[in-house]
Ligand binder design. Structure first.
Ligand code: GLN
Length: 486
């Protein structure tokens, strides 16, 4: 096995026992990057630093028996939505093509403090709006399992980078599924924490009441390590939660005997590909065999989640994106005939099609005559969905669903049918509406060798329990991955 294919926790053990060095780990990633990045385009900006001097220093520390963090010297990729001080942060938009933030986001700062190394800033859908990474102003990213297919989105670059071994882990963001769905499409683990668990400070805002940062990793153990590192209260984010962070490693290697896992009665699996249903049903059997009890639960409004999200998220986006006016951030149109013209032209040139559509929808839904009919109504349905989860979690420890109705689809297949693309978010969006944590764990492969994820959800701040079930599932499934073609 190549070093770039191994999870961080495993590599860390290997370097402590002298089997490998940090320099070798970093070299393995750099070599892989050289070989596949041109085919995949996972990154918008690559780090100029190859980090080999630092890796050498870390190896010296190890030889001196100094205690080091498991992330120290580990190459990690960052979605280009996180502000990185002195490093271009585009959010995959022309508007921010040359934007270099003067500050560092809290989540990336914490990863830096732990000693991880930045491989680069990954491609994504513009302003995180999309499910396929085809909405980027900087070209499409390809899925390493089949380069004609999308890696999912909006954190598709992060998913493609981790899955292909161009980084050992990555940071993504999830507003309506953008960590979990690309994780499912590329055969990695993606964890969306509870809203407020990880600081949003320094993340470019899309829909602020849903946006949440989280890890995208090779396995559940690594997701626990990254979450441990980035979680925590931050006074600079008013919605960040001032609560204790448990030691997530203690939830690994535990039995789930007797735990209750809910399956939602009203969940419409008829929209799913038959292979996705087959894999989901098998995954449920795996949990059963591990000793969990499967309980049917009812969430009558679950099918309203997509419509609800696609009102609220554009409303928040239309407000958040008001700051891109050609004055304060990013690019300004050149040929202008006055202030209003400057605003209009800058926004017309700076934003892509999908972003413009969301701004129009959001502005419309918030306008005086329609506010009650759309925005207020959507908030009421959001509350219903929230309370239905609350009710469900009185009876079960976790809820299991597929992550997406399909495996990765072909590039170009969905892009002209936004509604169909939106419907693909039906299983991920409910967790964002409720603010609860969710994880996508590799659940199987289709006959075409495309990965399919399995989603688990728990109640607020129960990431520990989520990791416990996810880890037990991963260990019980013992999925053998087919050989990647790239
Ligand atoms: N696909 C969803 C959207 O387009 C979710 C995106 C996200 O989670 N950032 O809005």
């Amino acid at each position: 096995m190549n070093l770039y294919e191994l999870p961080i926790h495993n590599l860390h053990q290997k370097r402590l026992s002298g089997e490998v060095t940090t320099v070798e780990i970093v070299q393995s990633i750099l070599k892989r990057l050289e070989n596949v990045e041109e085919k995949l385009h996972s990154f918008i900006t690559l780090s100029e630093d190859r980090h080999l001097d630092l890796a050498e220093k870390i190896d010296h520390k190890i030889s001196q028996k100094e205690l080091i963090h498991s992330l120290e010297g580990m190459p990690i990729a960052i979605k280009d939505i996180f502000s990185t001080k002195g490093i271009r942060t585009t959010c995959a938009s022309r508007f921010l093509e040359n934007y270099v933030p003067p500050f560092e986001s809290t989540a990336t700062e914490k990863l830096k403090e732990a000693g991880s190394l930045l491989v680069g800033k990954t491609n994504m859908d513009e302003f995180a709006m999309g499910s396929s990474t085809e909405n980027s102003a900087f070209g499409v990213t390809r899925n390493p399992w089949n380069v004609d297919r999308v890696p999912g989105g909006s954190s598709g670059g992060s998913a493609s980078a981790v899955s292909s071994g161009q980084s050992l882990a990555a940071l993504g963001t999830d507003t309506g599924g953008s960590i979990r769905q690309p994780a499912s499409f590329t055969g990695i683990v993606g964890l969306k924490p509870t809203y407020g668990r990880v600081s949003r400070w320094g993340m470019v805002a899309f829909a602020s009441s849903f946006d949440q940062a989280g890890p995208m990793t090779r396995d559940v153990e690594d997701a626990a390590i990254l979450l441990q590192t980035i979680a925590g209260y931050d006074s600079r984010d008013a919605t960040s939660l001032e609560v204790d962070i448990p030691d997530y490693s203690q939830f690994l290697n535990q039995s789930i005997k007797g735990m209750k896992i809910g399956v939602i009665k009203e969940l419409d699996l008829s929209s799913c590909d038959s292979e996705v249903v087959r894999i989901f049903q098998h995954n449920i059997e795996v949990l059963k065999d591990a000793g969990a009890e499967i309980v049917e639960i009812s969430m009558p409004n679950i099918s309203d989640a997509v419509a609800t999200y696609y009102v609220i998220a554009p409303c928040e986006a239309s407000s958040n994106l008001g700051r891109y006016d050609g004055v304060r951030y990013g690019q300004r149109a050149k040929e202008i005939s006055g202030l209003l013209d400057m605003y209009e032209k800058s926004r017309d040139e700076g934003f892509g099609k999908e972003v413009k559509m969301r701004i129009l929808i959001g502005t419309f839904a918030l306008s005086a005559g329609y506010y009650d009919a759309y925005y207020l109504k959507a908030q009421k349905v959001q509350n219903l969905i929230r309370s239905q989860y609350h009710q469900a979690f009185q009876a079960v420890d976790a809820i299991a669903t597929p992550v997406a109705p399909t495996a990765a689809y072909k590039i170009g297949e969905m892009i002209n049918d936004p509604l169909k693309m939106y419907l693909g978010d039906a299983f991920t969006i409910p967790a964002n509406l409720a603010g609860i944590p969710g994880i996508s764990v590799p659940g199987g492969f289709t006959n075409n060798n495309l990965p399919v994820g399995f989603q688990l959800l728990t109640s607020h701040l129960e990431e520990g329990k989520l990791l416990k079930i996810a880890h037990c599932f991963q260990q019980s499934l013992q999925l053998t991955k087919p050989k990647m073609s790239i």
